[in-house]
Design a protein around this ligand. Structure first.
Ligand code: TXA
Ligand code: MG
Length: 332
């Protein structure tokens, strides 16, 4: 596919771009935009054509549902119903923010391609100035997966979406690097107790401490993933990836992704420092996808990546890192 792509540079306000953005969304075009978690690839959530185009542009499997992005609570009520009162409490506490809530849909509103046929939908109000301006300007719910080509690491820099989507998407909005750096926490509020189906920056312990609401998370590598997207091997660089152990001795031409305190001055090793120390969890999250894309572009044969301690605050990181590690089967 070959597509003319418009790049939009925003200076403080998107007012000058508002007619272009509105027109594009009305014509079922797709727009990559920055958010605090990762860049998203958005289209009108009410339009089959727009949503089909999102799947086509990023070559995403059709059984993997999309998150719908909103800028105000009125929008939520257009396409959802029967939301649990505790879910509203969590929305009030955490939106706008890096957390998605799965709620029941109101029939006949969203394109059924958004939900991949499920009767629930993931909804998020992002905490990002450009994202909120964009959502306000187009004033329709925007379905948006992460703006990477399917199978590649999620984009946390403008150059990442330019690399993946220039010549494929219709519009790319240039923003700063994503501050959170991993995708939102996804909480299923259609089961009691609520359940985290994808870990992110906000943890179950944060929610319990700040609201008293119990949310469970099972970090097992179960064969029936809770969120359809979790079954795919994601985020991976082109090389085979193995766990980095502290007794690491380099053999051949390899790359290492780890906290700086664990990196030694090996010969012939390409290194990427995720953060200073193992305890810098927020910085490590911010840098993880940059590290994976950096290694993908290196001429190394193998990549070794550090797995963080199995403690709750590292769940989001370990969840992504575990998934880039090559299984024996894939190496055959
Ligand atoms: O931070 C984010 O959430 C980013 C930004 C752009 O907002 N978006 C994002 O979207 O990561 P995506 O499509 O890459 O991931 C959506 C995840 C997938 O794992 C999908 O399976 C899950 O949410 N999901 C969506 N709707 C669901 C539903 N109704 N039930 C269970 N899981 C759902
Ligand atoms: Mg994604």
């Amino acid at each position: 596919m070959k597509q003319e792509t418009i790049i939009i540079d925003v200076n403080e306000s998107m007012d000058n771009e508002s007619s272009t953005l509105r027109e594009m969304i009305k014509k079922d075009r797709v727009i990559a935009f920055p958010t605090e978690t990762v860049y998203g690839l958005g289209g009108n959530a009410y339009s089959d054509e727009a949503v089909k185009r999102i799947f086509q542009v990023k070559q995403r499997p059709a059984d993997n549902p999309l998150i719908v992005h909103i800028h105000c609570m009125e929008q939520l009520n257009e396409f959802t119903e029967h939301i649990h009162p505790d879910a509203y409490r969590l929305m009030k506490r955490y939106w706008p923010g890096p957390i998605t809530f799965i709620v029941p849909i109101k029939q006949g509103m969203l394109s059924h391609y958004v939900t991949a046929g499920l009767n629930t939908v993931g909804v998020r109000m992002p905490n990002h100035d450009f994202a909120l301006q964009f959502l306000r300007i187009v004033d329709t719910p925007i379905a948006a997966p992460s703006a990477n080509m399917s199978g590649r690491p999620s984009p946390t820099k403008f150059s990442h979406i330019e690399y993946d989507l220039y010549g494929r998407a219709d519009v790319l909005i240039r923003g700063d690097d994503s501050i959170v750096g991993v995708e939102s926490t996804v909480v299923d509020t259609t089961v009691v107790p609520f359940e985290i189906v994808r870990p992110g920056h906000i943890t179950a312990a944060d929610i319990m401490r700040e609201t008293g609401i119990e949310v469970i998370y099972e970090s097992t590598t179960s064969t029936t993933p809770k969120s359809p997207g979790m079954k795919y091997r994601h985020y991976a660089p082109k090389q085979p990836v193995y766990p980095f152990k502290e007794d690491f001795h380099p053999k051949g031409h390899v790359g290492v992704i780890a906290p700086a305190e664990l990196i030694k001055s090996w010969n012939n090793v390409v290194t990427f420092e995720l953060c200073e120390s193992v305890i810098d969890v927020n910085i490590a999250m911010r840098n993880l996808y940059k590290a994976l894309r950096f290694m993908d572009a290196q001429q190394v044969d193998t990549v070794y990546i550090y797995q963080f301690p199995r403690q709750e605050r590292y769940n989001a990181l370990n969840n992504r890192i575990d998934k880039v590690i090559s299984s024996k089967e894939e190496d055959l």
